[in-house]
Design a protein around this ligand. Structure first.
Ligand code: HEM
Ligand code: HEM
Length: 189
């Protein structure tokens, strides 16, 4: 029979809740939202101008190439800052393959997007290898984010995923502490 004390105090209740630094949460959240915008607007572009492997049941109207380009232009500087964080202050987290894969797939999507010509799809030119690479990166981003979510779940369950979405900020981790956190990283031996 289980001890009554143990039943009321299961081990998971005593486990510390995971906490993510606020600077990471800001850069990670902005990147993830803009990647979602680029992914969905890319789906609309694909459905309108390509559609070789199927189209959306309702084809949205509007200049989706332009909207997608805008999402891509906004994503680039945010992703550069996030990557800079991940490679420095967050480098221990980046050693987890599921984190590195997500960043790698997004880097490929942005890099190939920068090589795209905005008129190719409007002119029906689907044969450019850069476009093929950009399409592949789009699929890789979807797969990598699924693996990333599974990796997070495996690491710390739903509490881990919630920790990156949480808006709670601990004392000592407010925006005014960010320059100090960067300085502490730089001056580390
Ligand atoms: C395009 C979307 C995303 C990309 C590119 C991405 C990328 C990354 C990267 C590179 C890291 C490591 C950061 C570091 O080294 O400091 C990370 C951490 C993390 N991400 Fe994401 N992420 C995305 C979406 C999401 C979503 C939707 C969730 C779930 C709500 C999530 C949950 C997490 C968690 C929990 C961590 C911390 C994991 C750890 O400590 O190893 N991510 N993400
Ligand atoms: C995660 C998915 C995607 C990301 C992160 C992404 C990112 C980007 C970026 C950063 C640019 C360059 C924007 C610029 O500087 O002007 C771009 C351009 C472009 N992408 Fe994507 N893309 C994605 C998916 C797609 C998909 C699925 C399609 C269509 C099949 C697509 C079609 C295009 C086109 C036509 C351009 C040229 C638009 C322009 O330069 O204004 N993208 N993309």
């Amino acid at each position: 029979m289980a001890e009554p004390g143990r039943c009321r105090d299961p081990a998971w209740l005593r486990m510390p809740r995971p906490y993510q630094p606020s600077l990471l949460r800001l850069l990670h959240g902005a990147t993830a939202l803009l990647v979602l915008a680029a992914w969905l607007s890319g789906l609309a572009v694909y459905s309108l101008h390509d559609g070789r492997w199927g189209r959306l049941p309702i084809t949205p109207t509007g200049d989706w190439v332009d909207l997608h380009g805008t999402a891509g232009v906004l994503l680039l500087p945010v992703a550069v800052l996030f990557a800079a964080y991940a490679l420095t202050l967050g480098r221990r987290r980046l050693q987890r393959p599921s984190n590195a894969l997500a960043l790698g797939a997004v880097t490929l999507a942005i890099g190939s997007g920068k090589l795209m010509n905005e008129d190719w799809l409007r002119r029906g030119e689907l044969h450019h290898w850069v476009y093929g690479l950009h399409l592949l990166a789009w699929l890789l981003v979807a797969g990598a984010v699924i693996v990333h979510l599974l990796g997070g779940l495996q690491l710390g369950g739903v509490a881990m995923l919630r920790s990156i979405l949480s808006v709670h900020v601990r004392a000592g981790d407010q925006p005014r502490h960010w320059p100090g956190q960067v300085r502490a990283f730089i001056s580390r031996p």
